[in-house]
Design a protein around this ligand. Structure first.
Ligand code: FAD
Length: 450
């Protein structure tokens, strides 16, 4: 590609979406600067995907290393964007790049807002997942789960939490609390193999029996549903604990019940029925409340974006342009938009979970990044060339120096990787060594430089 048509683009966030945007734009010859909150790249591919999925994680790591080795890709980890952080959104926009893509994932927590949700023993799934994947700041925090854990949700993240609880914490009982019925379960049947050896089949059979009239009332066939549910409990991973896993269906937590020390002792639950909603069903509360004893509660109900970053935000999402352009993919879906001025933020784009929180697997985030890169390319085609990465990088480093930030570049990452490999054998429960804090990583990297 000729000098004339190249640009400098900043990609904020090095998860699967950001890496896809960066990869695609770098391939077109542009200079790409990646800024990432975590020292390491990968986002939830590094700190979300279950630790035992070594093949998936390893493959992604290899692919991301290859991208970062490209001469026109510049990586700076340990750089957070947001109000009061290393850089504000305005700082990033003022660096002189032609476009900025925010692919910073969905870092906010979605609470269902029930009384008592700040009690000891209430956790958000993302924090638990970050804990068992040893993200600095979470790895060393105690997660005291007690004996009986209620996990609220029916998706793959609920299964991952249950997997950790059965395999590593070896708690006595895990109960998935599901607002609707077994037919509306959302997890992938392949994922349930991680925990199906621990299923309390008798308990699950009784649970479906308990709600059978409410299922039949919307035309569902309880016997067939039970058969389908239990039928997925095949090819189970070997059992490594006596944990029993079960489900509570048609159940909505209304209040977290606590003891005198503000520690969880149970949930106040409302029984639901199902009502038809188009092709689907909706849960409707029956106003019949009951107590469900448990020692801790994990909310696995999805994430929302971090509204404190400083991008236009509304109801859990960053706002995008409401006026469609008719392109495929439609530019508007990726353009950040300020409702107070009624204008798009020129040159600011969104991709991945930052655009659609909790939407899909790595492949979906990657595809979103690819689409975003197409939209950015269309935008760049209408702009004069801007190929001065040196000036942008100098400005960036000057701000980071002034703020006393400690950005980590690819050399630092290599030093870190070598140090982690040298700890081989001293692995923790996730089967590989990871430094527990950013300070330890930065100290090691800076020692290497000196
Ligand atoms: C528990 C769990 C398990 C999963 N398991 C699987 C699985 O087994 N298989 C699968 O295919 N998919 C899985 N997924 C889905 C997959 O992880 C996501 O689809 C994907 O990671 C989303 O990519 P993303 O780039 O949009 O966001 P993320 O992966 O969240 O990446 C966001 C990046 O932005 C950075 N960042 C955040 N805030 C800032 C900021 N303020 N400034 C600068 N940088 C910032 C972060 O450091 C991170 O690197 C799982 C997800 C979860 C939550």
């Amino acid at each position: 590609m000729s000098e004339k048509t190249t640009h400098v683009i900043v990609v904020a966030g090095a998860g699967p979406a950001g890496m896809a945007v960066a990869g695609s734009l770098a391939k077109s010859g542009h200079e790409v600067i990646i800024l990432n909150r975590d020292v390491k790249f990968g986002g939830l591919a590094e700190y979300g995907i279950f630790p035992s999925k070594l093949k998936l994680r390893g493959g992604l790591r290899k692919q991301y290393w290859e991208l970062l080795e490209q001469p026109n890709v510049h990586y700076l980890g340990n750089v957070s964007i947001g109000k009061g952080k290393d850089l504000s959104v305005e700082d990033v926009r003022g660096l002189g790049a032609s476009a900025v893509v925010f692919s910073i994932g969905a870092q906010g927590t979605k609470a269902i807002g029930v009384e008592g949700d700040t009690a000891q023993g209430v956790f958000h799934a993302k924090d638990v997942v970050y804990h068992f994947n040893r993200l600095p700041g979470f790895g060393d925090r105690p997660f005291d789960m007690g004996k009986h854990v209620a996990v609220i949700g029916a998706g793959d993240v609920m299964v991952d939490i249950a997997h950790w609880l059965t395999r590593y914490k070896k708690v006595e009982r895990v109960t998935a609390i599901v607002r609707r019925g077994p037919a509306e379960r959302k997890y992938n049947p392949k994922e349930i193999r991680a925990v199906c050896a621990n299923m309390d089949i008798e308990g699950i059979t009784k649970e479906v029996e308990r709600i059978k009239d409410r299922l039949a009332a919307v035309g569902q066939k309880p016997d067939e549903i039970l058969k389908g549910l239990l039928g997925e409990f095949t090819k189970c991973e070997p059992k490594v604990s006596d944990t029993k896993m079960g489900f509570k269906f048609l159940a909505s937590p209304k209040r977290i019940l606590v003891d005198g020390n503000n520690r969880v002792r149970g949930l106040e639950m409302e029984d639901n029925k199902l009502e038809p909603k188009g092709e689907d069903t909706a849960a409707v509360g029956l106003k019949q409340l009951y107590e469900f004893p448990c020692d801790s509660v994990v909310f696995a109900v999805g994430d929302k974006v971090d509204e404190t970053v400083g991008l236009p935000y509304k109801s859990g999402v960053f706002v995008t342009n409401p006026t469609k352009t008719g392109h495929d993919p439609d530019d508007a879906l990726f353009q950040a938009y300020d409702e107070s001025t009624g204008e798009i933020l020129d040159g600011v784009f969104l991709a991945g979970w930052a655009r659609k929180a909790s939407e899909g697997l790595v492949g979906v985030a990657k595809r979103d990044g690819d689409w975003c890169a197409e939209v950015v390319s269309r935008y760049l085609a209408s702009k004069a060339a801007n190929s001065k990465p040196k000036a942008v990088l100098e400005k960036l480093h000057a701000i980071l120096r002034e703020r006393r930030s400690h950005p980590v570049d690819i050399k630092g990452l290599r030093a870190l990787e070598a140090a982690e490999k040298a700890h081989h054998g001293k692995t923790d429960c996730i089967g590989e060594f990871k430094f527990a804090t950013n300070q330890e990583m930065i100290r090691l990297i800076e020692q290497g430089k000196g």
